[in-house]
Design a protein around this ligand. Sequence first.
Ligand SMILES: O=c1ccn([C@@H]2O[C@H](COP(=O)(O)O)[C@@H](O)[C@H]2O)c(=O)[nH]1
Length: 232
Amino acid sequence: MNNDSKVIVALDYNSAASAQKFVDSVSPELCKLKVGKELFTQSGPEFVSGLVGRGYDVFLDLKYHDIPNTVAKAVRVAADMGVWMTDVHASGGRRMMEDAREVLEQTNSNMLLIAVTVLTSFAEEDLAEIGIQCSPEEQVLRLASLAQSSGMDGVVCSAMEAQGLRRALGETFTLVTPGIRPAAAAGDDQRRVVTPTDAIANGSSYLVIGRPITQASDPVATLLAINSEIST
Ligand SMILES: O=c1ccn([C@@H]2O[C@H](COP(=O)(O)O)[C@@H](O)[C@H]2O)c(=O)[nH]1
């Protein structure tokens, strides 16, 4: 089997041991894996390299946002770790994204580099509070267009915006969508949520799913059910 699952499980665990327990119960054919700030801060590059060594496509989700030189150097280190994909914040701007892309070209890396547009925990009123007076949809389109013209392979957005981005930015631009909630599941801190089926119908390339799987009473059965829901 290929590693062609569209589900990226967010390993948002507070220890390597609990994350490893989940990893040991699945395989690279069933899902890709995302390591974010909590687990990376706890367990670091060694844990990530272990996942890569076991054949997983790993999304290192550290959302770099800093001056161009600092971000480019961090992106290069991520590429050297052998991860499949990493991300920066599109609001870091064109020069930051272009410099990150350039460093990957200089090292002939094929790691995917994507940019976060508007966090899925944001609604319109959250944007207004930080001085952005438009809908999440408009802001996502603005930042995704900037990301594409700055050399990014794709963006992180809500699947609510996926249809519009597909129309505007084409079929090959990678759309990675967190904020996925099976029908009737709790939204938690997420504000722009979409079901797995609707996310795929809207044009998402990959679905990032954390708590609905990792906090389920049977995480593997839940993952299998989502895989089968989106492949029918
Ligand atoms: O806009 C974003 C960007 C990243 N995330 C990350 O995805 C997962 C979602 O976890 P759930 O438990 O399914 O809500 C989490 O690791 C976030 O850091 C996001 O949610 N939204």
